[in-house]
Each structure stands twice: as C-alpha cells, then as structure tokens.
Design a protein. Structure first.
Lengths: 253, 297
C-alpha cells in the first residue's frame, strides 16, 4: 500500500469559518485507491472538512494537499456528492440530465454533449444500477436512488478523488448495496474516497481508514485500529455507547 | 379576423411586437426565477427600479426612462446580490425594507411634479399603446442580449439552481452567476417599464414560467412554452382590450388586461397539469409491481 502515491495530506491543518475555528490540528495521509471514513457526532465538522478539501473553507494553519495541490486547484479532479435530500425533488431535471452535469466541465459552456459524453452518462448509471431510469424525473426516484444518481454524476466526471457527504443517511438496503459496490469499483480503479458517515458498520465495510473527528482529531488510521470503544467514547464525549460483542453502537449523536 | 384586424393600426402593431418581445424575454428569465425561487427578490427589483424611472423621466423626459431604469436596476441588482449572500439580517425583512424605501423615494419625487397622477399611472402600469419605434429597438436589443446570455450560461445556471453546493464544488463562481441573474431580472423590468409598468412586470416574469412548469417536467419544453405563453397572452390581451374599447365602448387598460389573460392561461395550465399528473399516477400504479419487487430485493 505504501508505495502508492499520497492523494490527500493533512498536516497540522486547522480550518475556520471567518474567525471561528471549526477543526484544529488534523493530521493524516490517504493514498490512491484508499477510502477514509470521517466519523463523529453532528456538528463535529465532518461537512466542513469536506468543504475544506474542495477549497471552499479556508485552511488557517497548517496544510491540506489534495492530489499534490492546494484544494481549490485540485477541483477539476475531485467530485463531490451532496446528500440527496438537500436537493429540491420538484426540480424539472431528468436522471440523465443530472448525471450529465458531471460532464459539464469537459463539455464546456456551448458545445453539445458528444456521443462519448452520452456513453459516459449511460455507463455511470449502469454502475449504480439505474440505467433503466435515465429518462425519469430526478424527483420521482426514492431517496436512495437519488443518492445513487448523484454518485453516478460524480462517476461521470472521472474523478481521482471522491468526496461523499453522509451518502448512507436514510438509504434503503438495495441502494446501500449499490452505493458500496460503486464506491468499491472506483477504489479498484485507483480513486481515493472520503466519506462522512454516522454508520460504523459501513465504515468497517467500505473504508480502509477512519478519521475520528469532533472539532479535534481523535484518531486517524486503519479502521480496525481506530474504531475502538475507548476512542469512540472520547470522540462522542458524554454520549452513551453500547457494546454488542465486537460491534459498537452510538446511541445518541 | 378579430385576432389580426386590430394590428393594421401602426400603434397596435408596435404594441404587439413589444409584448411578443417581452414575452420571450420574461419567459426565458422567468423560468430561472422560478427554479431559483426568487419571486420575492424579483418583486423587490421591480419596485426599486421605480425611482430610477421617475428620476430618468424628470431629467430627460420619456427618453430618460430607459436609462434611469437601467441605472437603478443595475445598482439594486448588485445590492440585492450582496444582501442575499450575507445571511445576518433576515432576508425577507431586508428585502421588504429595501423595496418600500426605494418605492417611497420614487413616489415622493413624482408627487412634486404637476400631472402627478397621470405620470404615476404610466410608471406603475405602463402605456403599451404609446410605445415608439426607438423603445421597440431598446426592447429588442435587451431581449437579444439577455436571451443570448442565458443560453451561453445555461449549464452553470442550471447546476447552480439545482445544487448550489455541487456547483461551488465544481468551481462555478456562484456569486457572480447570481449577480448575472439579478441583472437579467433588472433588465426585464427596464425593458418592460414602458409597456406594462413596474408593478405588472412581475406577472410577466412569474406567471408564464409557472404555467409552463405545470405543463411539463422538461426544461427543454418549459422555457419555449413560457415564452409562447407570455407572447400569446400579450397578443390576446391586446385583442381583448381593443375589442372591448372599439366594439363595446369599455375602456380596459391594456397592460392589466394582458396580466389577467396570463392568469387565466395559468388557470388552464394548472387544470391541464392536474389532469396530466392524474394520468401519470395511473401509469405509475400500472408499473408498480416492478418497483415493489426492487425494494423487496
């Protein structure tokens, strides 16, 4: 693993909105083909870290490097997947139009999408198992299916790094499986994946590394080493943890 | 035929061309306003253009209206963009304050004029039948410019309206794009001032877009349909007001008649959209077993 090139470097990085520090002293490295789960309670700064990786929130101390560049200069090779339920379900766009948005950077402003662009859209939809719904209106799909469409949009952009903000929230089992499969195949092709989630089981399933966050970093490293009851208790503060065998359940987040 | 006959008169023909142009202009921009849920922001713009109209008229007569409106429109578009990008003040309250303040400035200035009520009526509700060829040319230039701008920026505009975070992440300069849209709305108001006045223009922006949205889920259909509905209502409204006045001796204000025709069309579109969704539900129920299978799997 270690001969692979680093794609994300956090070096004593602090991130702030104006004067308000949100995350402090983050350290860690992610390599090509690896996935890292951002885990922490609500308000821990997971979404803020994702925005910092996109160069939308400034790094005030230390350094963040994405694909060897400052975050804002790496956007061309980074794809972001928002939470599906933050988008207006009444918006008049079809599933394939949403996925085509992932190609906009390559198409430019005026040119019509080429046959190659259309093929990429179809292939991306096939990878999330929704090719048959291409012509349906986006809002007609279930929450989980919409999340898969947004992942397909990211896939169509051919990113070297994928950032997903809580993609598994309120997603049914079929869609969860499809999302995990698609993320796995992107990793196999060498893309790095950063995914924020509440779900520790998913972190175990999908990610090689975990970053425990709550304003500060409470651990960064291989999933099995970091997801320990002690560290989780420290990350989640006073919130109760229940242990069932080797599984940890956070009861209040 | 009654639908064409009135337009043999040159002033009626000019009014028709003006309203068709405005229909296309407001239809195109209106769909974006609807998608971005900017109806109130647009309404604010229609009111803040008003003092510009009044001051322009004061300084240079009828010819000054366009330039006064343009100056006020661009300045308030910038102000509005800044205001809506800082969320410290409640946006609604700030907009309402801006709207009434500038509107009051306009009324105060116009009330110092002789012939105050007649001027006020013209500024607020327009006089489409007195549109000159020079004003037609202004409207045509604004229409071509704004429609070309929207076509050129359609992809970033669509992405920004659908998914603002995604747009920022993709490197779209959202603040600049919002300014462009606000200026486009201001330009619609500026172009429409002479014909329908500052108050009724909001109907031209919102109603055709809302009606077209009720009839289709596809943007490629919604935009041309909104243009068609706007232009069609302009035509029909002129015919109705002409017939009422010439045939029956009832004087109807043309601008307001156009708006009422628009609202009637919206009612029809609403009914058609309801029927369409009903039919869609029946179709969905027929294909339901398939999706039930998928969620069970």
């Amino acid at each position: 693993m270690s001969e692979r090139a680093p794609t994300l470097v956090l070096d004593r990085a602090s991130v702030a909105y104006g004067d308000v520090p949100v995350l402090e002293e983050l350290d860690g490295v992610v390599h090509e083909g690896e996935a890292v789960a951002l885990i922490g309670p609500n308000g821990a700064g997971k979404s803020t870290l994702i925005k910092a990786l996109l160069g939308l929130v400034p790094v005030v101390r230390g350094r963040i490097e994405v694909l060897g560049r400052p975050p804002a200069q790496a956007r061309r090779d980074v794809a972001y997947v928002p939470q599906a339920d933050t988008l207006d379900p009444d918006f008049p766009v079809s599933v394939e139009q949403v996925v085509m948005m992932g190609r906009y950077r390559r198409i430019g402003w005026l040119r019509r999408p080429s046959a190659a662009d259309r093929a990429e859209v179809t292939e991306a939809l096939e990878r999330v198992g929704l090719a048959a719904r291409a012509r349906d209106r986006f809002g007609m799909l279930s929450g989980g299916q919409r999340q898969r469409v947004l992942l397909a949009r990211a896939i169509a952009a051919k990113p070297r790094m994928l950032l997903l903000d809580e993609p598994f929230n309120g997603v049914d089992a079929v869609s969860q499986h499809a999302l995990l499969e698609a993320i796995g195949s992107l990793k196999a092709q060498g893309a790095s994946v950063v995914v924020s989630t509440h779900d520790l089981a998913i972190a175990h399933l999908a990610c090689d590394e975990v970053c425990l966050l709550n304003r500060h970093q409470f651990g960064f490293g291989p999933t099995g080493d970091v997801l320990t009851p002690e560290r989780l208790r420290a990350t989640y503060g006073g919130h109760a943890l229940e242990l069932c065998g080797d599984r940890v359940i956070v009861t209040h987040t | 035929m009654i639908l064409f006959e009135p337009f043999h008169l040159p002033f009626m023909a000019r009014a028709l061309v003006e309203l068709v142009l405005l229909g296309v202009l407001a239809g195109t921009v209106g769909v974006l306003v609807l998608l971005r849920r900017l109806a109130f922001v647009s309404d604010t713009l229609t009111h803040t253009v008003f003092p510009g109209v009044v001051i322009g008229h004061l300084m240079a007569g009828d010819g000054g209206i366009f330039w006064g409106a343009l100056a006020a429109g661009v300045v308030t578009a910038v102000l509005l963009t800044l205001l809506t990008h800082r969320r410290r003040v409640s946006e609604d309250a700030a907009l309402a304050m801006l709207l009434t303040t500038l509107f009051a400035v306009g009324v105060v200035v116009v009330s110092r004029q002789t012939g105050f009520t007649s001027d006020l009526t013209a500024f607020l509700f327009g006089r489409v039948l007195t549109v000159t060829e020079a004003q037609l040319a202004q409207t045509a230039v604004v229409t071509v410019l704004v429609v070309a701008l929207v076509v050129a920026l359609r992809r970033p505009l669509l992405l920004r309206a659908f998914d603002p975070e995604g747009a920022r992440a993709a490197g779209v300069r959202v603040g600049l794009l919002d300014l462009v849209l606000n200026v486009a709305v201001a330009l619609v108001v500026v172009a429409a001032v002479k014909a329908v006045g500052t108050i009724l223009v909001i109907a031209l922006l919102i109603v055709p877009a809302a009606a077209a949205r009720g009839l289709s889920d596809r943007l490629a259909v919604i935009v041309p349909l909104a243009c068609l509905i706007g232009a069609g209502a302009g035509w029909l409204g002129l015919v109705v007001s002409y017939e009422a006045s010439v045939g029956y001796g009832i004087r109807l204000a043309s601008g307001a008649t156009v708006v009422l025709v628009l609202v009637a069309m919206y009612g029809l579109a609403l009914a058609a959209g309801f029927a369409r969704r009903k039919a869609g539900l029946v179709r969905a129920r027929r294909t339901a077993p398939e999706s039930a299978l998928e969620s069970a799997a």
